[in-house]
Design a protein around this ligand. Structure first.
Ligand code: PEP
Ligand code: MG
Length: 577
């Protein structure tokens, strides 16, 4: 009998292979006292372990392919920074000296102290940081205990295996991929976790959030992992296996075919040209953009330059980053979004006072910038100065009312005036646009459209705010539904507002890079998409196999569906046509 376990599929591919269950709880930490004369040697043992951990992480970082999103590599850098921090170096050393205890025990005590500090902070992002500290400390503990730090000890080949684990860190994911695993399934984790993002980037079939998976499976049994539908099948019969093998072969051919589209334009079968742009977070992402054949950058998330560091980058450092992107684009446009710090993207330098109860609804993005002009003005200057070097559009995140817009436009005017007085060059006609990602802005998109040069729909936030679900909260992930009629209507309203005002409109949320929605969005009138570079060729392939003039009617029908399930059925028909 076939056993089917469901979770959340985080990458679309399929894998068939033998189960390998990873059992890795917390390392057991012994406590013993160290004679005074051996204390210095114990301290040295601690520092040797910290050094080894640093070497290991640097090695893992080297193995991350260049095409992987830069924030993933930056994430490993954060682990490395933790290993330099005095809370994990000096503090345990002092514990060894004060308590005459072994290095492992000192490290464990320090981990528990930090965990308590994080626990007292009622913030989902900081809770993730607590897990990061635990991952780093556990690595050092395993080194001290002479246990294997790799998710797998290497004594057995993992080539072609399907890993079943409670959870995996992004570092584990890189290592396992190098050991040739075919797929992984975790009991915890959500689709927006770094491990999930890593799986998509590395194209490892993966399903996360399969509760109690390890209780139902045995080592070496054959299973199928279907990353697209988020299921794991055990005990499948020959017909099911045949079906999935066929799907694997088709996928292989499909990916090989995609590479040929790199230089091809995105043009529908009935001759409509569609603009496909890429989203980036750091200038390092430009390598992936070049590989994707994108015709520009539709969303440059500048806040990443402000994260994982102490202090704020000054105007010159920001200018350098923006110019680096402009130069690499060689005349193709880049849309630079002003800082979207706050909520799930905090920065040490902007965090003041107690944390808000609802950070996603709090002082975030343009709200934060308008409150802290010392933060915002240098960015405006840097963007304007960079505009002298190539085509730049300036985009404002999270606008919700026209007063904010008036303030922004006024600040841009003032900054231009200042630069003129200083004799500094900039593009006098730099287009100014806004992200439509708050329901209020979508409903009033016609008002914003009259005062702006372009709009871009941020579906990640628009869905979060429309459906009242925190996008980083695992517990409510299941409600995240781009096909909810309320979401589709807001998208449509925004598209129509831009069309009536005669200004360009793009979409830069994850929905724009999800091929399931490409035809629907085309049918609703979207002609410009911006997405993670890794999804661009797939979207192009769908466009190049689509006749736009057949999409209007069924897309309108979807728009009028009252239930998402009906919308899903209709969408299936559009996609299969
Ligand atoms: C969005 O909200 O859709 C978006 C693109 O912005 P971010 O994901 O950076 O909030
Ligand atoms: Mg957003």
């Amino acid at each position: 009998m076939t056993l089917s376990l469901s979770g959340i599929g985080v990458s679309r591919d399929v894998a068939i292979g033998k189960v390998h269950i990873l059992e890795r709880g917390q390392p057991e930490v012994p406590e013993y006292s160290i004679p005074r004369r051996h204390i210095e040697e114990e301290v040295r043992r601690l520092h040797r372990a910290l050094d080894t951990a640093r070497h290991q992480l640097k090695d893992i970082r080297r193995r991350i392919p260049e095409s992987t999103r830069a924030d993933i590599a930056a994430f490993i850098d954060t682990y490395l920074l933790m290993l330099e921090d005095s809370t994990l170096t000096t503090a345990p050393e002092e514990l060894i000296r004060d308590q005459q205890c072994n290095a492992e025990w000192a490290m464990k005590q320090q981990r528990d102290v930090l965990a308590r500090v994080f626990d007292e902070m009622d913030d989902a992002y900081l809770r993730t940081r607590k897990d990061d500290v635990a991952h780093v400390v556990n690595r050092v503990l395993r080194i001290l205990l002479k246990q294997d730090t790799q998710p797998h000890d290497g004594s057995l080949s993992l080539k072609g295996c399907i890993i079943i684990a409670d959870d995996l860190t992004p570092a584990d994911t890189v290592l396992l991929q190098h050991q040739g695993i075919a797929a992984f399934v975790t009991e915890f984790g959500g689709p927006l976790s770094h491990t999930a993002i890593m799986a998509r980037s590395l194209r490892i079939p993966a399903v996360v959030g399969v509760h109690r998976a390890r209780a139902y499976l045995q080592n070496d049994e054959q299973v199928i992992v279907d990353g697209r539908h988020g299921v794991l099948l055990a005990g499948a019969d020959e017909t099911t296996l045949k079906h999935y093998r066929k799907q694997q072969r088709a996928e292989k051919r499909y990916y090989a075919g995609l590479q040929k589209l790199k230089r091809a334009p995105a043009v529908s079968l009935d001759g409509h040209t569609i603009r496909l742009h890429a989203n980036i977070e750091l200038p390092d992402d430009m390598k992936a953009v070049k590989d994707s054949g994108a015709s520009g950058v539709g969303l440059y998330r500048t806040e990443f330059l402000f994260m994982n560091r102490s202090g704020v980058p000054d105007e010159e450092e920001q200018l350098e980053s923006y110019v680096s992107v402009v130069k690499q684009l060689k005349g193709r446009p880049v849309t630079i979004r002003t800082l979207d710090l706050g909520a799930d993207k905090p920065s040490d330098s902007t965090r003041n006072g107690p944390l808000p109860t609802n950070p996603a609804l709090g002082l975030r993005a343009i709200r934060l910038c308008l409150k802290d002009l010392a933060l915002f003005r240098p960015q405006l200057r840097a963007i304007l100065r960079a505009s002298a070097q190539g085509p730049i559009r300036l985009m404002v995140p999270m606008l919700s009312n026209t007063q904010e817009l008036a303030q922004v436009l006024n600040l841009v005017r003032e900054t231009k005036e200042e630069l003129r007085r200083e004799g500094i060059a900039f593009d006098e006609r730099i287009p100014i646009g806004a992200m439509i990602e708050v329901p209020a802005a979508a409903i009033c998109a016609h008002v914003f459209a009259k005062q702006l040069d372009f709009l871009s729909i941020g579906t990640n936030d628009l869905i979060q705010y429309t459906l009242a679900i925190d996008r980083i909260d695992d517990e409510v992930n299941y409600l995240y539904d781009p096909l909810h009629p309320a979401v589709l209507r807001l998208i449509y309203l925004t598209l129509r507002a831009a069309r009536v005002a005669g200004i360009p409109i793009s979409m830069c949320g994850e929905m724009a890079g999800d091929v399931r929605y490409t035809r629907l969005l085309l049918g609703l009138g979207l002609r410009e998409f911006s997405m993670q570079p890794s999804t661009l060729l797939e979207v192009k392939s769908v466009i190049n196999h689509t006749r736009l003039n057949t999409l209007n009617r069924p897309s309108r029908d979807i728009l009028h569906c009252v239930h998402s399930d009906n919308a899903r059925a209709l969408l299936h028909r559009i996609n299969e046509a």
